[in-house]
Write a protein that binds this ligand. Structure first.
Ligand SMILES: [Fe+2]
Length: 209
């Protein structure tokens, strides 16, 4: 059975004016869909039973692994954004402030990390196996899952993510993005990561494909 492109968790015009409908459709129906389509093409020639994206990410090689990572990363990224106001909860605010000193300091560190990308890539807030929050830059189709890091927040730093709405101004893209982050989703991911690391839970989050 072929992998399918997951629907966006909101309407294509819902993130405007930060991300326009044109940009979001191009990104979801164009870029994201192309990774799913290409992965299905690559898997067609395989006699293996259909596997989850996570399995292909963990065991695949070359283009198949890269396409699986990109498909997974994009699905996660859509969940990190919301048109509905989603303020940061107290426990997440406390965890971030404890790690970076303040929310503003975290955002500055995250932005600096994201701006350091030379080519395409992703910037992540992650929960490490050592029980620490961290910022992780992944180049190309990199994923925290391949490094045993639990993803909490993803920001797509590939050019296709911002050039339609922001031209070459990546910093403005990042500044505007803070206003549409789904902090309740980030906080749920942190709760899941902590519970899983403590052996209290091992559930597949509902957003996964
Ligand atoms: Fe993208």
């Amino acid at each position: 059975m072929a992998l399918e492109l997951p629907s966006l968790p909101y309407a294509a015009d819902a993130l405007a004016p930060v991300i326009s409908e044109r940009s979001l459709r191009m990104h979801h129906e164009g870029v994201h869909a192309s990774y799913v389509k290409r992965l299905n093409t690559l898997l067609e020639g395989s006699d293996q039973a259909p596997q989850s994206l996570e399995h292909i990410m963990a065991t695949g090689r070359g283009e198949a692994q890269a396409c699986a990572c990109q498909a997974w990363n994009h699905t996660f990224f859509w969940q990190c954004l919301t048109p509905w106001h989603s303020p940061m909860g107290q426990s997440l605010e406390h965890a971030i402030s404890e790690r970076w000193g303040s929310i503003e300091a975290f955002q500055q560190a995250f932005t600096a990390s994201a701006m350091a990308h030379f080519m395409g890539g992703w910037t992540w807030l992650v929960y490490t196996p050592q029980g620490r929050l961290d910022i992780h830059n992944a180049v190309d189709a990199g994923s925290p899952l391949l490094r045993k890091l639990s993803p909490l927040l993803a920001v797509d730093m590939w050019e296709h993510a911002w050039y339609v709405d922001f031209g070459s101004d990546r910093r403005k893209y990042l500044q505007k993005l803070w206003g549409i982050i789904n902090w309740s989703f980030v906080e749920q991911c942190l709760e899941d990561a902590v519970a899983t690391s403590q052996g209290r839970r091992n559930l597949r989050p509902s957003w996964e494909v």
